[in-house]
Design a protein around this ligand. Structure first.
Ligand SMILES: Cc1ncc(COP(=O)(O)O)c(C=O)c1O
Length: 401
């Protein structure tokens, strides 16, 4: 069995988000009539004879061969991910970064050039810089700035990479504009849709070539697994799989099973997280101890109109700047009682981070400020706790600022 193509019968885009989260991409008939997907905990697979192996290699029969090339539980997760993102095929990786790095290494070669939109996840930006070692240059442009894009394109440019929404300023890529631009210049478009999830947007519907997710975040949803995914048309996903089979960035059956279980409640969680984040963003915007709020659901966000046209919900991350100095901001973060101070997002538990101390501590102050990571910036990933409790917690922590 080579790759996990979503069962087209399950690609029922007319179904509601929760029905898709529960049933999307799943086979109704499972091993031993189990309701849930069994975990196939094996590293390799038995062939009854060498002729059976030969028939498998000739594509005459489907069979799993070896754990790095495929696994039934991993395939079931991939099929579900494909259904959710309206894709022909999906692949599961050991983390979001292994998805991003494998996809880029599979698609690019020395002498080529990529364009990356600014305000992407720190490690993604670092990887683009690292690619320079292999003769692949990159240019950063401000999110959705078509004039800057036009200037950045070179004859050897092959890929346009953007996050939407971005981390941590929640910029939204204008897919209606970017995709035709990319097609005109024969570029492939790769969107990291981690912050949105398939519940809030499906970039493939806009003609994007590939979508990646850090499944560690909302898709897993419980801060208890690490995984990443890529999905798109079967041909390109198959080429990426060949590369993954060599480099071994695949996921494992236990993680795949946890991911399938997490996805069952994806739409329910996202509804709650979208609603709470909007309420919290509005509350913070009206608070005199808060200087600025970044949330695409607010009319004050520069990309609000794009987000409104493109997204069904605005996600669960709210970033904001405290009206105070670095010390006051750190005191505020530590005064919050419900969130954990931890560097991730998208789970049931609310998490808070001070990017200047946590993710960007190794940058000089000048470089950090140049990309908008101020001393006062706080990133808050809303969990599924009651919103009234989260707001009461803000009240007490902000009172101390
Ligand atoms: C937008 C985004 N993409 C990718 C990643 C990397 O994912 P992982 O931590 O699963 O490797 C992260 C991690 O925070 C992220 O925020």
């Amino acid at each position: 069995m080579s790759l996990s193509e979503g069962d087209s019968a399950m690609h029922d885009n007319q179904r509601g988000d929760s029905t898709q989260s529960v049933h999307g991409g799943e086979q109704r008939q499972k091993f031993a009539k189990s309701v849930t997907e069994p975990i196939a905990q094996t590293a390799t697979y038995v062939f009854d004879s060498l002729s059976e192996f030969e028939e498998y290699k000739q594509g005459k029969r489907s069979h799993f061969e070896y754990g790095r090339y495929g696994n039934p539980t991993v395939s079931a997760a991939e099929s579900k991910l494909a259904a959710l993102d309206h894709a022909e095929a999906a692949l599961l990786f050991s983390s979001g970064m292994s998805a991003i790095t494998t996809v880029m290494l599979a698609m690019l070669r020395s002498g080529q050039h990529i364009i990356i939109m600014e305000d992407c996840y720190r490690r993604t930006v670092q990887f683009c810089d690292l690619l320079g070692k292999f003769g692949i240059e990159s240019t950063r442009v401000p999110p959705s700035d078509l004039a800057a894009l036009e200037q950045a394109v070179r004859p050897e440019t092959r890929l346009l990479l953007a996050e939407s929404p971005t981390n941590p300023h929640l910029h939204v890529a204008d897919l209606e504009k970017i995709v035709p631009f990319a097609k005109e210049h024969r570029l492939r478009v790769l969107i990291d849709s981690t912050f949105a999830t398939p519940v809030n947007q499906c970039p493939l519907d806009y003609g994007v070539d590939l979508v990646v997710h850090s499944c560690t975040k909302y898709l897993g949803g419980h801060n208890d697994l690490m995984a990443g995914s890529v999905c798109g048309k079967a041909g390109i996903v198959s080429a990426i799989k060949e590369f993954r089979d060599v480099v071994g960035t695949n996921s494992d059956p236990n993680t795949a099973w946890l991911l399938i279980r997490g996805i069952k409640t994806l739409a329910l969680r996202m509804q709650q997280q979208n609603t709470s984040a909007q309420t919290i963003a509005e509350y913070l915007e009206g608070h005199d101890k808060v200087q600025r709020v970044f949330y695409p659901g607010l009319a004050s966000h520069p990309d609000h109109a794009i987000a409104k046209a493109q997204m069904k919900g605005y996600g669960g991350v709210v970033s904001f700047e405290i009206d105070g100095d670095r010390e006051r901001t750190r005191q505020f973060v530590e005064a919050l009682q419900i969130p954990y101070l931890a560097p991730s997002l998208g789970g049931a538990e609310t998490l808070v981070s001070h990017p200047a101390t946590v993710s960007y501590s190794d940058l000089s102050e000048e470089d950090r400020l140049a990309i908008g990571i101020t001393d006062q910036l706080v990133r808050y990933s809303v969990g599924i706790e009651d919103c009234t409790d989260l707001i009461a917690d803000f009240d007490q922590a902000l009172a101390g600022v």
